[in-house]
Design a protein around this ligand. Structure first.
Ligand code: F6P
Length: 408
C-alpha cells in the first residue's frame, strides 16, 4: 500500500481515536508513505478535505495524547451514501479523489450506519473493477454491531455509566426518609439496551445498585413503572432508576415523545431521542408527589476519556492495527471483529467478517439476560460486561485538567 486514508463516522466514543492511532502505527510499520485523515468522514472526503497524519502523529508524545483524546479527532459526520444506481457521479468523485492522492486503501471507523459506507464503496469497486480496498473498523458506544462480541467504545461508556451511577446512588442516599428522592437517569443506546444494562455494574459490596433498569428490548408500561416507584417508596428513601433513551410503549411510541413528538431525524432516519428522563420525572412528580430528579448522561458518557477502560483502549487500537494487516493482505468489504477467547481470565482476539452481514444490522441484548420480573440484569450479562470495563489509562494533566490532541 502506498498511501491510505482513514475516516471517523457517527457518534464519537472515548476510544475512537485509539483506532486511528493503531491504523497510523501499523501503516507506518509496513512502510505506507502517507496516512491521510478525512476531516468529517466521507462527507468531508467528497470535498477533498484531508489531512496528513504525519503532521500530528510523528512523535510518541502525540500518539499517547491521541489515545487520551475524546471525540473524533478527525471530525465525524452522519452521511449516508446514496444508492449506486442513478448516483454514479458521487462514487466517481470519491474514486477520482482516491486516484489523485494515490490512495490504495480506505478505512472507516464507525457503527452500523457507517459500515454502510464501506459496503457501498466496496460494492462499487467490485462492479467497476477498481483496485482500491475498503475496510470497516468497529466503533460504537451502543455495542449493537452484529457478529463482533462487543464494540470498541462500549467498555469505556459502560465504565463511566457504572461509576457515575455508584456516585449518584451514594449522593441520593444521603438523606433519611423525610427527604425521599427519586432519581431517573437516562442513558444512550437508541434501539439496544447494552449501555443502559451497564447500570447493573454499579452494584458491588459497597453499593446496593440501581433499583430498576428499563431497556428498549422490553415494552415500557407506564402504569407498572409508576407502581414500581410507589412500591419502592414504601421501603426506601433513595430510589435510583436507569432508563434507556430508546424505551418505547407497546404501541411503538418513544417515551421521550410522550410530551412532545416533534423530533429531528438524521440521514439514516434515526430520531433524536433525548428527554426521556425528564418526561418520566414530570409524570412521577404528578403521580406520586415525590421529589424527583432527572439526569441525562448525554454526551458525557461517550466523551469521558478520563475514565476510559484500558481494555477498551487496547482493543480499539488493536482493531485499527488488524484492519491495516487485512487490507495489506488484499481484503476488502469486510469489518474487523472482536472475539472473546477466554471467559474466565478474559482475553480477546480479532476476526474479520463480510460487511454485507454487518451494515445496518442492530444487535440487541439477548432477552434471557434481562430479569424482567425485577427489572435487573442477569449474571450472564454481568459476566459478559464486567471484563470490558477493566483497567485505566491516566490522562495527561495540564493546568489541572486533562490535555488533548486537537486538529489545527
Ligand atoms: O450512535 C451512537 C449514539 O451515541 C447513540 O447512542 C445516540 O442515540 C446517538 O448517537 C446520539 O446522536 P447525536 O449525538 O448525533 O445526537
Amino acid at each position: 500500500m502506498k498511501n491510505i486514508v482513514v475516516g471517523q463516522s457517527g457518534g464519537p466514543t472515548a476510544v475512537i481515536n485509539s483506532s486511528v492511532a493503531g491504523i497510523y502505527k501499523r501503516a507506518k510499520e509496513l512502510g505506507v508513505e502517507k496516512v491521510y485523515g478525512m476531516v468529517h468522514g466521507i462527507e468531508g472526503f467528497l470535498n477533498e478535505n484531508i489531512i496528513d497524519l504525519d503532521e500530528y502523529l510523528n512523535n510518541d508524545e502525540n500518539y499517547e495524547l491521541l489515545k487520551r483524546t475524546p471525540s473524533a479527532f478527525l471530525g465525524s459526520c452522519r452521511y449516508k451514501l446514496p444508492e449506486i444506481d442513478g448516483n454514479e457521479e458521487v462514487y466517481e468523485k470519491i474514486f477520482k479523489i482516491l486516484e489523485k492522492n494515490h490512495i490504495d486503501a480506505l478505512f472507516y471507523i464507525g457503527g452500523n450506519d457507517s459500515m454502510d459506507t464501506i459496503k457501498m464503496l466496496s460494492d462499487y469497486a467490485k462492479e467497476h473493477n477498481k483496485k482500491e480496498v475498503f475496510m470497516g473498523v468497529p466503533k460504537t458506544i451502543d455495542n449493537d454491531l452484529p457478529i463482533t462480541d462487543h464494540c470498541p467504545g462500549y467498555g469505556s461508556a459502560a465504565k463511566y455509566i457504572a461509576t457515575s451511577l455508584k456516585e449518584i446512588i451514594r449522593d441520593n442516599s444521603s438523606f433519611d426518609k423525610t427527604r425521599q428522592t427519586v432519581c431517573i437517569v437516562e442513558i444512550m443506546g437508541r434501539h439496544a439496551g447494552w449501555l443502559t444494562a451497564a447500570a447493573a455494574l454499579a452494584k458491588d459490596d459497597d453499593c446496593e445498585g440501581v433499583d430498576a433498569i428499563y431497556l428498549p428490548e422490553v415494552d415500557f408500561n407506564l402504569d407498572e413503572f409508576i407502581k414500581n416507584i410507589k412500591d419502592l417508596a414504601k421501603k426506601k428513601s433513595s430510589i435510583v432508576i436507569a432508563v434507556s433513551e430508546g424505551v418505547k410503549t407497546s404501541d411503538g411510541k418513544f417515551v421521550c415523545e410522550l410530551n412532545d413528538d416533534d423530533r429531528k431525524v438524521d440521514a439514516f432516519g434515526h430520531k433524536q431521542l433525548s428527554g426521556c428522563a425528564s418526561t418520566l420525572a414530570s409524570i412521577v412528580v404528578k403521580e406520586t408527589g415525590l421529589k424527583t430528579r432527572a439526569i441525562e448522561f448525554s454526551t458525557l458518557q461517550r466523551a469521558a476519556t478520563h475514565l476510559a477502560s484500558l481494555t477498551d483502549i487496547n482493543e480499539a487500537e488493536m482493531v485499527g492495527i488488524k484492519a491495516i494487516d487485512a487490507a495489506n493482505d488484499g481484503k476488502s468489504g469486510m469489518m474487523i471483529t472482536l472475539e472473546r477467547k477466554d471467559y474466565n481470565g478474559y482475553t480477546s482476539t480479532t476476526g474479520i467478517y463480510d460487511i454485507h452481514n454487518i451494515a445496518n444490522v442492530e444487535k440487541k441484548i439477548p432477552l434471557e439476560w434481562i430479569d424482567t420480573k425485577n427489572n435487573q440484569m442477569t449474571k450472564e450479562f454481568i459476566d459478559y460486561a464486567r471484563p470490558l470495563i477493566q483497567g485505566e489509562l491516566l490522562p495527561i494533566f495540564k493546568n489541572g485538567v486533562p490535555t488533548h490532541l486537537v486538529r489545527k
